[in-house]
Design a protein around this ligand. Structure first.
Ligand SMILES: [Zn+2]
Length: 381
């Protein structure tokens, strides 16, 4: 139990869950949020404990960032990266692994990644038992999709927030839409959402969307490939309109090939205002780009003209709700886990690049400076 108290003074607190954007002081006690205080109203400490103070002058202070799509199983699965490297060292207090494993290797994942990381690691369990641990066509053999074992594990493991199905031609091969039907059957029984990766057909995106229900998540929603969410005239396809009306969620999932500025502009023109910002980060795209980090992905949204409050909401309260953790994460509410990100929004002429190679000039970059995870302070970088 962490009994130290921590005071963050002089920052600009942005917390969409509480409707806050302004100057406040923040105090953390025993790993939990004590409160957010208007300037001059911070109650005196009781003097019995050590109090650590951070001057956040010139910084934003937000609920800890949550990245719903990352690849975090470096020892076993293709492409994985070490969780803390893209987590607490980059302002991210909670990461969700997106299908590195299904039931077959989850025990090892729990031991080697969840238990070994200071960043909180959640998981979308791959509907294929081997996940990404035996190559990248995990849905080509339907005998590896085991509904009963999947349901049992989801029920037993609180870190599992839903089921992942990667619905691209290169992953499903001859199986079309069938793997998603199986994933949905398991998710329905276990009462969790599905995160579906979209990419190149088959299956067609319309078919994928028609199977999704409220709370399910479409990741790579704003990719620049053919057959995406928008038709040639820039209108949302009818199945997309219907899915959004049903409460299906959209997630960025940037990745090496799955985020297009052009598509995101279409989404903004279509007034799509609710989406989560996530990275699809893995070893190569965090080292060589175009992803680099969640902060860089958020900075790209700033360069597209999206407001800072909306971006923070897309990295805190919205992903917390999707993960079923809205009561504890993505908020600075009194009594919740003290997960906080302190970041600087620096004025800097910067050129950003999307997954299609399009360049975009920006004037600001978001740079995390401190991460507070469960009341523990970590320096970023
Ligand atoms: Zn991914």
């Amino acid at each position: 139990m962490n009994s130290k108290t921590l005071v963050i003074r002089n920052g600009t607190v942005i917390d969409p869950s509480l409707g806050l954007n302004g100057s406040y002081d923040v105090r953390v006690r025993g790993g939990l949020m004590e409160g957010v205080y208007a300037p001059g109203t911070l109650p005196a400490g009781d003097g019995t404990e050590q109090e650590l103070e951070i001057d956040a002058c010139g910084c934003i202070v937000t609920p800890g960032w949550i990245d719903l799509h990352a690849h975090l199983f470096p020892e076993r699965a293709v492409l994985g990266v070490e969780a803390d490297r893209v987590g607490i060292r980059q302002g991210v207090t909670t990461l969700a692994d997106a299908g590195s494993t299904g039931t077959a290797y989850f025990g090892r994942f729990a031991e080697e990644v969840i238990a070994a990381s200071r960043t909180e690691v959640l998981a979308w369990l791959n509907i294929a038992e081997q996940g990404l641990c035996e190559g990248r066509a995990e849905l080509a053999d339907l005998s590896r999709l085991k509904v009963e074992q999947t349901v049992e594990l989801v029920r037993a493991e609180p870190s599992i927030i839903g089921i992942k199905a990667r619905m691209s031609g290169s992953v499903v091969k001859e199986n079309g839409i069938r793997p998603l039907e199986i994933a949905k059957a398991a998710a329905r029984t276990a009462n969790v959402p599905v995160m579906v990766h979209i990419g190149n057909a088959p299956p067609r995106l319309g078919e994928v969307l028609d199977l999704l229900t409220a709370g399910d998540v479409v990741t790579h929603a704003f990719h620049g490939k053919a057959g995406g969410l928008f038709d040639a005239d820039g209108r949302i396809i009818p199945e997309g309109v219907a899915a959004l009306a049903r409460g299906v969620r959209l997630d960025i999932g940037h990745g090496s090939a799955s985020f297009s500025f052009k598509t995101m502009r279409r989404a903004l023109e279509a007034r799509i205002g609710r989406y989560t910002v996530s990275t699809d980060i893995y070893r190569q795209n965090c080292e060589d780009g175009p992803v680099y980090s969640l902060a860089v992905t958020m900075s790209k949204l700033l360069a597209l003209g999206i407001g800072l409050d909306d971006i923070i909401g897309a990295a805190t309260s919205l992903p917390a709700q999707i993960a079923g953790r809205g009561e504890q994460l993505g908020t600075l509410r009194t009594g919740t886990i003290a997960d906080i990100t302190i970041a600087r929004v620096k004025e800097a002429e910067t050129e950003f690049v999307d997954a299609e190679g399009e360049r975009l000039a920006g004037t600001q970059v978001i740079e995390p400076e401190w991460t507070i995870k469960g009341g523990e302070l970590h320096r970023c970088g």
